[in-house]
Design a protein around this ligand. Structure first.
Ligand SMILES: [Zn+2]
Length: 579
C-alpha cells in the first residue's frame, strides 16, 4: 500500500525514473526493458493490474486515481526482448533508406508522344515530391495537365510494380511510363561520377513489397511478448491510438462515403472547367486569398522580434491576447523557455515537473521572419499544453494528452490567431471556408489511403509467408476495391490504384490512419473553442485532463467522443459559402 503512494507521488522517485522516453516518445519500449531489468517494472505489475482497451473504454466512471494506475501499468504491457526491438529498428531503418533513395529523374520521363515537359535535373522522391509536383502543376497553364497525367502513370507503375528497376534514381536512362520503354539517355543533367552505370533494361521487381514484408516480419517478432495486444494491428489501435480498429474504420467510411464529397467535387470541377481526373485527389485550389504579401509580413515581424528574447518578453501579452487572464498568461510565460532553433522549429516537452518546456523557432540574423513567427505561435500552443498537462495535472502518470493528434489540434488553435497577434486582420469567413474545403478534400484523400493500408496489414497477417509478388497483387486489388467503392462514383473512373502509392506504407507501419483522425480531432476542438468563446479557460480545462482514452478526453472537452461530425458540419457550411 505504501508502495502505491510512493509510485504515484507527484514527483516521487519513479517520477524521475519514468522520463520523457517513456511518457512522450516512441522509443519507450527500450527504456521499459531497463525497468524490467532493475525490477521496477515487476513492482508496478505486481501492484497494478494490466487492462485491456475494452476495460479502459468502459472506464468512464473510473476515479482519476484508477486511470493513473491503469496508465502506469500500461507502460509495461509488453516485455519485448532487446534483440527483437533491435531487429524492428534495423528493418525500419532499411525501409526508410529504401524510401529515401526512391527518386524519379523527371527530365528523363517521356510523355505519350515523347515529350519532355519536366525541367533538367528535377529529381522527385516517391511519393511526397511526386504528389507535390501534381499540386504545383495546377498553376502551369501550358503543360500542367500533361505533367499531371505523366505523374499519375509513374505512380501507377510504382503501385503495380511494373516500374523498371533501372529507372529508380537513375538519370542515365529515358523512360516512357505509358509504353514502359527504357532507353539509354543522351542528356546529361547529372554528375556522372555520382551515378553508377547499370544495365539498360525494363525488368521490374517487387522490391517495394519485399520491403513492406521485411518490416511486417520484424514487428511480428514482438507478437509473442505482447499478451494484451498480440498483433501489430492490435498494438497500433488498442494500445497506441486507444481507438478500436472497427470504430476507426467506421469513422473513415463516414468521410469517404459522405454526401458532401460529390458536392465538393462539383465545386472542384467547376473551378477546373473539366471533369475530375484521378490525380485531382491532390487538388490544391482551395486557398484563401492572401491579404498581405510575404514581404509585408516579414517586415512587421522582424521589427517586432529581432531576437528570440524579444519574443519571450512579449509572451505574456501574446497569451493574454489569445484569451488567457493576465495572471494565467504570466504564469505560463514564466514556465516556457524560448530558444532560437537550428532546424525549422519544434516544442521540446519537459518530463519533470518544474522544468521548462522549450519553444524553439528560427530567428535569422535580421530577426524573426513571418514563417518563424507562425511556427513560434504554433509551438507556443504545444508548450502551453505541456505546462498545463504536466504541472497542473493531478497524477503524474496521466501527464500529456491521449496522442499526438490532440496536441497538434491544440497548437493549431494558437496558430490560427497569428495575424491577430500581430495586430492585423484575421482571415475572412470566405478564407476560412476555403481552408475547411481544403482540409475536407485532404481528409477524403488520406482516409482512403488509410483504409488501404489497414486492409493490407490484415492481408499480411492472413498470409504471413507470402512472397513479395503476392503482396503486390493483393495490395493492387485492395487499392482498386477501395477506389471502386468510394472514389469511382465521384471520379467516374474505375480500377484506379493511386491510393496505394504512399511511401508511409513501406516504412511507417500502420501510421496513416493518424492523419484523418487528426483532422477530425482538430475540427472538434476548434468547434468547441468557438462555441465556448473563451479560449484561455477552455484550453486549460482541456489540457489538464491528461492521457486518458481519446474518447473520454474528447467527451470531457466537447461532450462527444472522437468522430467526424465537427469536420462534416464545418464542411457543410463551407460548401454553402463557396457557392
Ligand atoms: Zn506541432
Amino acid at each position: 500500500m505504501t508502495l502505491k503512494v510512493v509510485i504515484l507521488g507527484a514527483n516521487g522517485f519513479i517520477g524521475s525514473a519514468l522520463t520523457t522516453a517513456i511518457l512522450r516518445t516512441r522509443a519507450w519500449e527500450v527504456y521499459a526493458m531497463d525497468l524490467f531489468a532493475n525490477k521496477l517494472a515487476h513492482v508496478v505489475l505486481l501492484n497494478f493490474p494490466l487492462t485491456t482497451l475494452e476495460e479502459r473504454l468502459s472506464g468512464d466512471q473510473w476515479p482519476r486515481r484508477q486511470w493513473a494506475e491503469a496508465k502506469l501499468a500500461l507502460r509495461f504491457s509488453r516485455r519485448v526482448p532487446s534483440e527483437v526491438n533491435l531487429a524492428i529498428g534495423k528493418a525500419v531503418a532499411e525501409a526508410s533508406q529504401f524510401v529515401a533513395t526512391y527518386n524519379i529523374w523527371m527530365h528523363h520521363v517521356l510523355g505519350p508522344s515523347g515529350e519532355r515537359p519536366f525541367p533538367a535535373k528535377m529529381r522527385l522522391l516517391e511519393h511526397w515530391n511526386l504528389r507535390d509536383e501534381i499540386k504545383a502543376d495546377y498553376s502551369d497553364r501550358s503543360n500542367g495537365l500533361l505533367k499531371q497525367r505523366m505523374i499519375q502513370r509513374v505512380m501507377e507503375r510504382i503501385v503495380d510494380g511494373t516500374i523498371p528497376d533501372a529507372v529508380v534514381d537513375n538519370p542515365r536512362v529515358d523512360w516512357n511510363p505509358f509504353t514502359n520503354e527504357v532507353k539509354a539517355s543522351a542528356i546529361v543533367d547529372y554528375d556522372p561520377a555520382a551515378i553508377p552505370e547499370q544495365p539498360v533494361t525494363n525488368t521490374a521487381s517487387s522490391a517495394r513489397y519485399g520491403m513492406i514484408l521485411h518490416t511486417f516480419r520484424a514487428v511480428k517478432l514482438a507478437d509473442p511478448y505482447s499478451p494484451t495486444a498480440p498483433t501489430h494491428i492490435a498494438r497500433k489501435f488498442n494500445e497506441e491510438r486507444q481507438l478500436p480498429e472497427a470504430r476507426v474504420k467506421a469513422m473513415l467510411e463516414r468521410i469517404v462515403g459522405s454526401p458532401l464529397v460529390p458536392r465538393v467535387a462539383a465545386i472542384i470541377e467547376q473551378r477546373l472547367g473539366r471533369k475530375l481526373q484521378p490525380f485531382d485527389l491532390w487538388y490544391n485550389g482551395f486557398r484563401p486569398r492572401a491579404q498581405y504579401t510575404d514581404e509585408q509580413l516579414d517586415e512587421i515581424v522582424r521589427k517586432r522580434y529581432p531576437t528570440a528574447d524579444a519574443y519571450a518578453r512579449d509572451m505574456p501579452r501574446l497569451l493574454e491576447q489569445i484569451g488567457f487572464t493576465k495572471e494565467r498568461a504570466a504564469y505560463l510565460a514564466a514556465r516556457i523557455a524560448v530558444d532560437p532553433a537550428r532546424g525549422s522549429g519544434h516544442a521540446l516537452p519537459s518530463s519533470r515537473r518544474g522544468d521548462k518546456p522549450r519553444l524553439r523557432t528560427r530567428v535569422g540574423t535580421e530577426g524573426m521572419d513571418y514563417k518563424g513567427f507562425n511556427i513560434a505561435v504554433h509551438e507556443m500552443g504545444h508548450t502551453v499544453e505541456q505546462v498545463f498537462s504536466l504541472n497542473d495535472i493531478d497524477y503524474y502518470t496521466l501527464a500529456s494528452v491521449p496522442n499526438n493528434a490532440f496536441t497538434e489540434a491544440l497548437a493549431f488553435v494558437f496558430q490560427a490567431k497569428d495575424l491577430e497577434l500581430l495586430g492585423l486582420a484575421q482571415p475572412s469567413r470566405e478564407a476560412r471556408a476555403e481552408q475547411t474545403l481544403n482540409d475536407f478534400w485532404g481528409t477524403y484523400e488520406i482516409a482512403g489511403v488509410a483504409l488501404v493500408e489497414m486492409e493490407m496489414w490484415h492481408w499480411m497477417y492472413d498470409h504471413p509467408e507470402a512472397a513479395p509478388a503476392e503482396l503486390r497483387d493483393a495490395t493492387v486489388r485492395i487499392a482498386r476495391d477501395v477506389w471502386n467503392r468510394w472514389y469511382a462514383p465521384v471520379f467516374g473512373q474505375r480500377d484506379v490504384t493511386l491510393l496505394g502509392v504512399y511511401a508511409h506504407m513501406v516504412n511507417n507501419l500502420l501510421y496513416l490512419p493518424d492523419y484523418p483522425i487528426g483532422h477530425m480531432i482538430a475540427f472538434q476542438i476548434e468547434q468547441q473553442m468557438e462555441k465556448a468563446g473563451n479560449i484561455g479557460s477552455e484550453f486549460e480545462r482541456m489540457a489538464k485532463f491528461g492521457s486518458v482514452t481519446p474518447d473520454l478526453w474528447m467527451r470531457h472537452a466537447t461532450g462527444a467522443p472522437v468522430g467526424p461530425d465537427a469536420l462534416l458540419a464545418a464542411t457543410e457550411k463551407a460548401v454553402a459559402a463557396a457557392r
